[in-house]
Design a protein around this ligand. Structure first.
Ligand code: HEM
Length: 213
């Protein structure tokens, strides 16, 4: 095993602030929706707005970071070992089999993670954020007579936003479970806090792969 620096400082800051903002937005959003009661409706509306601005700023910085550091390449999907990764999560993991893919600084995501996180970044987050912005500016857009937007009924925007919120929460639940499937149940979470993770030495892994062949 060797200690490797996997998650950089900004990445960790962005990860935890995004997680906290999404949880807070879910709590205040579902209060606006009428599902729960914590802050009171008016306060929930104010908090939801305020934290959505914070999320937008964070997303802007994280897009900038992904492109300037080249980290966006980590999310390029690949079908290589996708089947064995799926097989591992469905069955191998419960039989104590080894992880089919090897984690390193240059390749931190397995093929399934690449696919799911890419979907999260380019589909799920945009659906929630764009519908949220349309929701927030609905009246303004209407007054300005921007026809494309005013033709979308507010109800459709609200349903889309709520559906995105449900999907985000489902993602969160599965994501938290998945973090416990690392070398030890807490090793992935610790890595996202400290930046460092104990991972198998690359040469050991290569030897194992050759044995499997
Ligand atoms: C940039 C991101 C977001 C923006 C701009 C935004 C904006 C809005 C706006 C304007 C509303 C209507 C209530 C109000 O006036 O405050 C709303 C409602 C809501 N939001 Fe968001 N939101 C964002 C992110 C999120 C996230 C991440 C979640 C949950 C994970 C969420 C869940 C909800 C829910 C459940 C409602 C109630 C929908 C309804 O019943 O009509 N929002 N959002």
């Amino acid at each position: 095993m060797k200690r490797v620096y996997i998650y950089k400082m900004f990445e960790r800051f962005w990860h935890w602030s995004q997680a906290s903002l999404i949880i807070f937005l879910a709590l205040t959003g579902f209060e606006v929706h009428g599902t729960i009661e914590i802050f009171g409706f008016d306060q929930a509306v104010r908090f939801h707005r305020f934290s959505s601005y914070a999320l937008l700023i964070l997303i802007t910085f994280s897009i900038f970071w992904h492109f300037t550091t080249g980290e966006w390449k980590q999310y390029i999907p690949s079908t290589k070992k996708l089947k064995s990764q799926l097989h591992y999560y469905i069955s191998g993991i419960f039989k104590g089999e080894k992880h089919p893919t090897h984690k390193s600084e240059l390749s931190k995501l397995n093929p399934l993670q690449k696919l799911v996180y890419l979907g999260f970044k380019v589909v799920l987050i945009p659906v929630v954020v764009i519908s949220g912005i349309l929701y927030m500016n609905y009246k303004t857009i209407d007054q300005n007579d921007i026809i494309v937007i005013s033709e979308i009924p507010l109800n459709t925007i609200a349903v889309l936003h709520t559906l995105g919120a449900f999907l985000l929460i489902s993602f969160l639940v599965v994501h938290v479970y998945m973090t416990t499937t690392g070398t030890t149940p807490t090793s992935n979470i610790k890595a996202m806090i400290t930046g460092y993770e104990e991972i198998e030495h690359e040469t050991d892994h290569k030897i194992d792969n050759q044995k499997e062949k």
